[in-house]
Write a protein that binds this ligand. Structure first.
Ligand SMILES: [Zn+2]
Length: 93
């Protein structure tokens, strides 16, 4: 099973900050189940040719597991809008 259900995917928290603060993303670790906030610099987004190869990844600050999750269009928008480094694995244009 891919544990998609039950776990909150990344959600933008910038609405909580009224000033121009760095965007923080809330994420959860599927391994140790810790929940934490990540700065844009802690996340990497990879955009591949297909949905399978489009994902974001980060390292869990609790257990240091490398977490990789599929990124839908909405998440891509959130992440790129928040200044996350994007890696394009395949050029389509
Ligand atoms: Zn963890």
């Amino acid at each position: 099973m891919t544990g998609v259900a039950g776990f909150t995917d990344i959600a933008e928290m910038s609405s909580m900050a009224s000033t121009v603060a760095p965007v923080v993303f809330r994420a959860g670790c599927p391994d140790c189940r810790a929940r934490f906030e990540l700065a844009a610099s802690a996340i990497r987004l990879a955009i591949g040719a297909s949905r399978r190869t489009t994902f974001y990844s980060f390292t869990c600050p609790e257990c240091e597991t490398s977490v990789r999750k599929p990124a839908g269009e909405r998440i891509i928008e959130l992440l790129t809008g928040g200044g996350v480094r994007t890696l394009r694995l395949h050029q389509t244009v």
